[in-house]
Design a protein around this ligand. Structure first.
Ligand SMILES: *[C@@H]1O[C@H](CO)[C@@H](O)[C@H](O)[C@H]1NC(C)=O
Ligand SMILES: *[C@@H]1O[C@H](CO)[C@@H](O)[C@H](O)[C@H]1NC(C)=O
Ligand SMILES: *[C@@H]1O[C@H](CO)[C@@H](O)[C@H](O)[C@H]1NC(C)=O
Length: 303
């Protein structure tokens, strides 16, 4: 005990002496915030590296993408490498090990399926920086915002490559760390370590006809008061869109055990997120995305 205090003191002294400016004390929130950032950046790094290595210039041109596209994807991969390195060294300079990369499953088999996947995954990283900004101490808020604005530029490039508007909405959707971490799980097959964040029961979208959205969840995976959606308990799909202070709560029409539909409200664009909840709308956004989620969230790209 005594020697560890002494050691800490010595380390503090030597750090102070050698690098008085770079050394900053990270709060507990900074540490978990940077660990989630690193976790998400590793996912993006792996995706863009994969795309850079496996899709040729000729394939991009044949798919009708801009002539710079292969180079753009590889430059994004390099920026992801730099961002990941920056976050890791910030953690390591403070004696905290950065999360190692996980094993990922990326289901794409063409340039177009790659850019759609890249839009989905990059939107998660972007939403995370927005949603977690206030959790960081002031010195790191600018860093988080800078990382997030670069994510937004990457996303605009891939959206342009998929023939969609690079700027589909006035506002981007912020994501809590719980939501961002759970959304990332869809692409992860195994991981050397988990972060200390709850894993929520998954929610899966099974297609949409007109504005009727079909989805499913595992009714036994959580603590519904009755077998979910069969009798008794009303369930809602909370749809979080660009106006985050105004989520749409749509009552679920159950179509079977762990299956249901809702009508999507009109006027939604870009990327939205939805979660199954027992609340009809009395939760704050923070409550919904932390304790109020029964299953999900799931991401839906509407335009
Ligand atoms: C990555 O960082 C290195 C070293 O700072 C820099 O030379 C390089 O230009 C950066 N790459 C990109 C794509 O920004
Ligand atoms: C479900 O309920 C059990 C026992 O009441 C509790 O230990 C567990 O943490 C709950 N799980 C969730 C996801 O709320
Ligand atoms: C968001 O929704 C709230 C509540 O309906 C509304 O008061 C506000 O004007 C909306 N904000 C924007 C930017 O549309």
């Amino acid at each position: 005990m005594f020697s560890s205090i002494l050691l800490q003191l010595l380390l503090t002294v030597s750090y102070t002496a050698s690098s008085p400016i770079q050394r900053r004390a990270l709060s507990q929130n900074d540490i978990i915030g940077l660990q989630v950032a690193s976790y998400l950046e590793n996912l993006e790094l792996s995706l863009y590296t994969d795309g850079c290595e496996h899709i040729t210039d000729a394939q991009w041109l044949a798919a009708g993408s801009p002539s710079t596209f292969q180079n753009d994807v590889c430059t994004i991969a390099e920026q992801q490498q730099n961002q990941t390195g920056y976050i890791s060294s910030t953690l390591e300079d403070n004696g905290i090990s950065a999360p190692q990369a996980c094993n990922y499953a990326f289901s794409y088999d063409s340039p177009m399926t790659f850019v759609r996947l890249a839009n989905q995954i990059t939107s998660i990283g972007l939403g995370y920086y927005l949603g977690s900004l206030n959790d960081f101490s002031p010195a790191l808020q600018t860093v988080a915002a800078s990382l997030g604005s670069v994510e937004a530029r990457h996303d605009a490039i891939v959206r342009n490559g998929m023939g969609a508007s690079p700027f589909p909405t006035n506002l981007d959707v912020p994501l809590s760390s719980v939501w961002a971490y759970n959304l990332a799980q869809k692409y992860i097959t195994s991981c050397p370590q988990q972060l200390p964040i709850d894993l929520l029961p998954p929610l899966a979208f099974n297609g949409m006809s007109d504005r009727t959205l079909n989805f499913g969840w595992s009714p036994n995976a959580n603590n519904f008061s009755t077998p979910a959606g069969v009798t008794g308990q009303d369930l809602y799909l909370a749809i979080v869109h660009a106006n985050v202070s105004d989520p749409a709560y749509q009552k679920v029409q159950t179509t079977g055990q762990g299956r249901g539909t809702v009508e999507l409200p009109e006027g939604l664009n870009g990327v939205v997120y939805a979660a199954l909840t027992a609340s009809s709308g009395d939760l704050t956004y923070h409550e919904l995305t932390t304790t109020g989620t029964l299953a999900g969230p799931a991401q839906l790209v509407l335009s």
